[in-house]
Design a protein around this ligand. Structure first.
Ligand code: NI
Length: 173
């Protein structure tokens, strides 16, 4: 398992729609294992392939935050939202590509997601709570969309300016 480095916003690779994955190969299994390790190490509850510079439709998530509880890693290839609830929920979101910045985003409270698993089978399941928010946030990444795209232009520019400065400081260090 290899920890991959996580791209920081702004980066053109975070703005691109990703390509579907044709089939599960050993390379895809390795990619998923690396992404889970990278996500747990960060630590975070979700990580999408474009965040490590791979423009393929795959993300990993595990919204079990209690370190004492059993982990519930999920790997979703070519995920699609097939249903979203009318009821909305607002969650203070963050992103491993936008460290230390958080903002309220409102999304459907429940979603049904269809995806290809590493077992080569199609799965479909409903999610609520943090799992629903996280799945939508990660699928957005696969379409080149970040949570800050839901904010006002002013708020988004403020965060982007902070990130430009952070990247400059890190490059100097
Ligand atoms: Ni994110």
């Amino acid at each position: 398992m290899t920890l991959r480095s996580i791209l920081l916003h702004p980066d053109p690779r975070l703005k691109k729609p990703c390509e579907p994955i044709a089939r599960i190969t050993p390379e895809i299994e390795t990619l998923a294992a690396d992404m889970l390790a990278t996500m747990y190490d960060a630590p975070g509850v979700g990580l999408a392939a474009p965040q490590i510079g791979v423009l393929s439709r795959l993300f990993v998530m595990d919204c079990v935050k209690d370190p004492e509880a059993e982990p519930q890693p999920l790997v979703m290839v070519n995920p699609e939202i097939t249903w979203g609830s009318e009821g909305l929920s607002t969650y203070e979101e963050g992103c491993l590509s936008i460290p230390d910045q958080y903002a309220d985003v409102t999304r459907p409270a429940e979603v049904r997601v269809k995806w290809l698993g590493l077992d080569g089978k199609t799965h479909e399941r409903e999610f609520d709570g943090l799992w629903a928010t996280c799945a939508q946030h990660e699928i957005d990444h696969l379409d080149g969309r970040l949570f800050i795209d839901y904010l006002s232009p002013m708020k988004r520019q403020m965060i982007t300016r902070k990130m430009v400065k952070l990247k400059r400081d890190r490059a100097r260090a």
